[in-house]
Design a protein around this ligand. Structure first.
Ligand code: NOJ
Ligand code: CA
Length: 592
């Protein structure tokens, strides 16, 4: 039965793409145009932290290649690789020095080719990070650009004289703050002008208004697509078109600078040009990291009639109770708020748009520690619940390495425990200036820091969790690795890992989870998320208990839960009932 359905899905998709290739109108599924990337499960790898192959303490490409069987067994279809390019690592590879070269710590181009071949051999695909809002200040374009005002590369970046007071004091062109604290402008002594950098001083922003910049970017995209990658995750892509005239932010705008920086007047024009000249020529996927973009603005970027991007990451859910800028605290959040976000997505997005679902990446703390309950008694069930939700809500699911093990936040104590430039800069800006006490700063960072996601993957219970054979991983391994690791979970039928495999397999042969309509049955319930996914005559009911207490839940409108397909609690068996006795953090999937 399983294989028959799997086969049918593959055949349907193949026939549909054949129809599309021959110029016929593609057949729609529930009004959606079928696409491989809509049916995929994406898994993000942060190469520095995944697997070290040579004992230097830094994850690398051969390390990833050695784990491809593990990923294939997990059932994911697409790997998103965070930047693997040559970089001085001011922001761990998000500052690129050479877009056509592999970071030496990660290996070389032959290692990349081997990795890509291994991925394809296993019928998976690879997408890579496209970081083109900014480069490294060590990129040859910037090295040239900063030499003089008349250098041919001067206009590749955004230079301005700023202001000079009568006493000669210089101040920046405007009041833009950087994502990484301080001003977004740095005065460069060589030409005595300021350059713009929304992120670190070592990440100057490219000037997309210059057509030569766009041509360079399109050319490097073709370079990787021609090698066989299947698309891009586009870093902070709504920032590439800058606000006209770069005026000061108003006090209101200063509360959420990303919204003022993003979606400038020429964004659509640049993305349409990129789509026409590059993306449309390949069988690829594109997902934009949409900082500063509201749900209402989403279809401006992803409506398939506009020919820009396929999908974006909207941060409403992942940043619930927190801010997307500056020092964010872990605030309170409620389940009705979280459900309200998904409900709004389902209402606002049309059949021409496509969503993403995710609660983790390399910029956010761990799901189970942030949204769930990472205490020893609740960790496994709550980790499974969030994955159930992510894999059954509308949109392409994006998982982050270690989610499948239920990895947790790290017990950060002192500033020296961190690597992240965002933390170090914020410490200088806030603690060193006396604006906030060191203890308050460290307590809040421990809960929200990006480094929580960046600690090494926990492969087994050997020293350093099997991540490296050396003694010095670039970031410390979580001390809980003896309890939480892939080898242990492999042998435990009730582990998060084995549940994830079953869940991903279920999704792979259930088109209703991909193209089905979504209905939230009980938006106001404080602890239960109950929803259906319906495709034609097929209907699935998903019920999730977001609490560390057992809960008896009666389905609304006389509804009955029919055949239990999957529960995250071993031994759970209730079927054909209208009142469900749910264990703490239990999630169930029923076929109606
Ligand atoms: C977003 C990336 O995800 C983050 O890691 C990085 O620091 C900034 N963009 C700047 O590239
Ligand atoms: Ca290494």
């Amino acid at each position: 039965m399983f294989f028959r359905t799997l086969f049918r899905t593959a055949v349907v998709t193949a026939l549909l793409s054949l129809a599309a290739a021959s110029g016929q109108e593609p057949k729609l599924i529930n009004g959606y145009e079928p696409k491989w990337w809509k049916e995929a499960v994406v898994y993000q790898i942060y190469p520095r932290s995944f697997k070290d192959s040579n004992g230097d303490g830094i994850g690398d490409l051969p390390g990833i290649t050695s784990k491809l069987d593990y990923l294939q067994k997990l059932g994911i279809n697409v790997i998103w690789l965070s930047p693997h390019f040559d970089s001085p690592n001011a922001d761990n590879g998000y500052d690129i020095r050479d877009y056509r070269k592999v970071m030496k710590e990660f290996g070389d181009m032959a290692d990349f080719d081997t990795l890509l071949a291994g991925i394809k051999q296993r019928r998976m695909r690879l997408i890579i990070d496209l970081v083109v809002n900014h480069t490294s200040d060590e990129h040859k374009w910037f090295v040239e650009s900063r030499k003089s005002k008349d250098n041919p590369y001067r206009d590749f970046y955004i230079w301005q004289p700023g202001h000079t007071a009568p006493d000669g004091t210089r101040t920046p062109p405007n009041n833009y703050p950087s994502y990484f604290s301080g001003s977004a402008w740095t005065l460069d002594p060589k030409s005595n002008e300021y350059y713009l950098h929304y992120f670190a001083t070592k990440q100057p922003d490219l000037n997309w208004a210059d057509p030569k910049v766009r041509e360079e970017v399109f050319s490097l995209m073709r370079f990787w697509l021609d090698k066989g990658v299947s698309g891009f995750r586009m870093d902070v892509i709504p920032l590439i078109s800058k606000p006209t005239g770069l005026p000061d932010l108003t006090p209101e705008q200063l509360k959420t600078p990303p919204n003022a920086y993003a979606n400038g007047p020429h964004l659509a024009e640049y993305l349409q040009e990129m789509n026409r000249d590059v993306l449309s020529k390949y069988d690829d996927m594109s997902v934009g990291e949409a900082t500063g973009t509201t749900l209402a603005q989403t279809n401006n970027l992803v409506d398939d009639r506009r020919h820009e991007l396929n999908m974006i990451f909207n941060f409403d859910a992942i940043k619930l109770g927190r801010s997307d800028f500056g020092l964010s605290q872990l605030g309170a959040w409620s389940l009705p708020e979280l459900k309200g976000i998904y409900d709004a997505h389902a209402t606002v997005l049309t059949k021409h748009d496509w969503d993403t679902v995710f609660l983790s990446n390399h910029d956010n703390p761990r799901i189970v520690s942030t949204f769930g309950d990472d205490s020893p008694a609740m960790r496994v069930a709550s980790a499974k619940l969030f994955e159930t939700m992510i894999l059954t809500l509308p949109g392409t699911p994006f998982l982050y390495e270690g989610d499948e093990l239920g990895m947790t936040d790290f017990p950060f104590k002192t500033l020296a425990d961190y690597d992240d430039i965002a933390v170090k800069n914020a410490y200088k800006a806030l603690v060193d200036t006396g604006k906030i006490s060191a203890s308050a700063f460290l307590a809040s960072q421990a809960k929200v820091s990006r480094d929580n996601a960046r600690t090494p993957m926990q492969w087994d219970s050997t020293p350093q969790a099997g991540f490296t054979t050396g003694n010095h991983p670039w970031l410390a391994v979580n001390p809980n690795y003896k309890q939480i690791n892939a080898a242990q979970e492999e042998s435990d039928p009730a582990s998060v890992l084995n549940y994830m495999r079953a869940l991903i397999a279920l999704r792979a042969h259930t088109l209703a989870f991909v193209y089905g309509d979504f209905e939230d049955l009980d938006p106001q319930h404080p602890h239960i998320f109950a929803y259906t996914r319906t495709l034609g005559s097929e209907k699935y009911l998903i019920v999730e208990n977001f609490s560390s207490n057992p809960l008896a839940y009666t389905l609304p409108n006389g509804l009955k839960a029919a055949n239990l397909l999957l529960s995250d609690i071993p031994g759970s068996h209730e079927a054909n009932v209208s009142t469900l006795n749910l264990a703490p953090w239990e999630s169930r999937i029923y076929k109606q």
